[in-house]
Write a protein of this length. Structure first.
Length: 255
């Protein structure tokens, strides 16, 4: 997962709104979102190559979404998949405090990551690079492959548009506009690009919210909302190589 926007207690009807893109190599095997895990309690997609998840919610309302921290100069090729952290959080009941302790104690086992997790009582973003677990106050957040709210162009511009969209009262129109936001292929000017060790050409390719290249790109776009009654709505678009929509899945349940 490479770009995530979160609105926490901004819309009076929807205390949580999430819009997220997962970017991955086109040949990495993946299961589309469905109810899975112990007793089919988790709604998520699954990375079948490593067995992890990038985003999911369980029927008790615990939610998690992960992004990688991009620093190709500091990669451990033998580290376990960061996606297993989402699975560890969703598959076993634990307090946010105990999971924070687990992340602090074990984050060095993994390549750097950011993990947003919690339930409607509170969400947190753990940054493995800083070892900080940041409480998320009511507001608008953006996360890509650096730290929470790092103003990379696509995060900065995306947050501004996301803030406006999440104020809409028409749920269907909000959903459509969120998918339009996630589909943006607008690239940043070269002088605004970060330097994460991948070279200028790839910084350009990865500067758009929706990524489309020969072998790597946005594989799924997901919208998730939770309403005041605990109703969860999940809508996922899956993309084939070349960025064309191959499937749409929608799920609803009550926490």
């Amino acid at each position: 997962m490479c770009t995530v926007f979160v609105a926490y207690r901004v819309n009076p009807e929807l205390p949580l709104i999430v819009a997220a893109n997962r970017d991955e190599f086109c040949n990495r095997p993946t299961l589309k979102s469905n109810f899975n895990g112990p007793d089919k309690q988790i709604l998520s997609g699954i990375d079948t190559q490593a067995g992890g998840r990038w985003m999911g919610i369980n029927k008790n309302g615990y939610f998690a979404v992960l992004t990688n921290y991009r620093d190709l100069n500091n990669i451990n090729e033998n580290a376990p998949s960061r996606g297993v952290l989402v699975s560890k959080y969703l598959e076993k009941e634990r307090t946010n405090e105990s999971f924070e302790r687990f992340l602090i104690d074990h984050s060095d086992d993994y390549n750097d990551f950011n993990l947003i997790c919690g339930d409607l009582s509170g969400y947190y973003c753990f940054e493995s690079r800083t070892k900080k677990n940041i409480p998320m106050k009511p507001g608008i957040y953006g996360l890509s492959n650096h730290l929470l709210d790092t103003p990379w162009p696509k995060v900065k511009v995306g947050k501004e548009k996301f803030k406006v969209i999440t104020q809409l009262n028409d749920f269907e129109e909000m959903n459509n506009q969120l998918f339009d936001l996630l589909a943006s292929r607008d690239k940043a000017d070269d002088d605004l690009l970060p330097d994460t060790g991948i070279g200028l050409e790839w910084e350009r390719i990865l500067s758009s919210i929706f990524i489309d290249s020969e072998d790597y790109g946005t594989r799924t776009s997901t919208i998730m909302t939770i309403d005041n009654a605990g109703g969860v709505f999940w809508s996922e678009k899956t993309f084939a190589k070349g960025g064309t929509t191959s499937d749409i899945k929608e799920y609803s349940f009550t926490i």
